[in-house]
Write a protein that binds this ligand. Structure first.
Ligand code: CMP
Length: 138
């Protein structure tokens, strides 16, 4: 059984699509093993996106991720890393397939509603960044 980290970003929370995103996970047989609402500091956002620290968008994305509350979840299921990324769609919503979360709700490459881990190694780091083992009930 695989696990991945999902974030409903501050734009998704502000625009009221938390329920819609979660519904898509549940409809696709993805189990929510942990969930909480957080309001990241700039430093916490920088730690989370440390892998992108040399990228031109690093300052902007960490400002955005610390601009309001977000919902973080551990998702569980067979092949859930790839499955979640399929449901999210491409990073740039303009490239995202019809019916994906980003295609339906994103407004900008940065304000793209959701984040999902891209590999087992990343998932392990990202889950551990926000949750301890007692908080994961799956
Ligand atoms: P995410 O999948 O959370 O990973 C890094 C985030 O940086 C990405 O989604 C976007 O929100 C943001 N971002 C902003 N500009 C870019 C870009 N040019 N390429 C990739 N990610 C970007």
């Amino acid at each position: 059984m695989e696990r991945t980290l999902s974030i409903i970003k501050p734009d998704g929370v502000a625009r009221g699509v938390v329920g819609e995103v979660i519904k898509r996970f549940e409809k696709n047989d993805i189990k929510i093993a942990a969930m909480k609402m957080i309001f990241m500091t700039k430093a916490q956002a920088e730690g989370f996106y440390a892998v992108h620290k040399e990228r031109p968008f690093f300052n902007s994305v960490t400002d955005f991720m610390s601009s309001g509350p977000a919902v973080v979840m551990v998702l569980e299921g067979e092949g859930v890393i790839v499955k979640n990324r399929e449901l999210m769609g491409a990073t740039n919503y303009k490239d995202a397939a019809e019916g994906t979360i980003r295609r339906d709700f994103a407004t900008d490459i940065e304000r793209n509603v959701v984040h999902g881990s891209d590999s087992p190694e990343t998932a392990s780091f990202e889950i551990g960044y926000f949750f301890n083992s007692f908080e994961i009930v799956g």
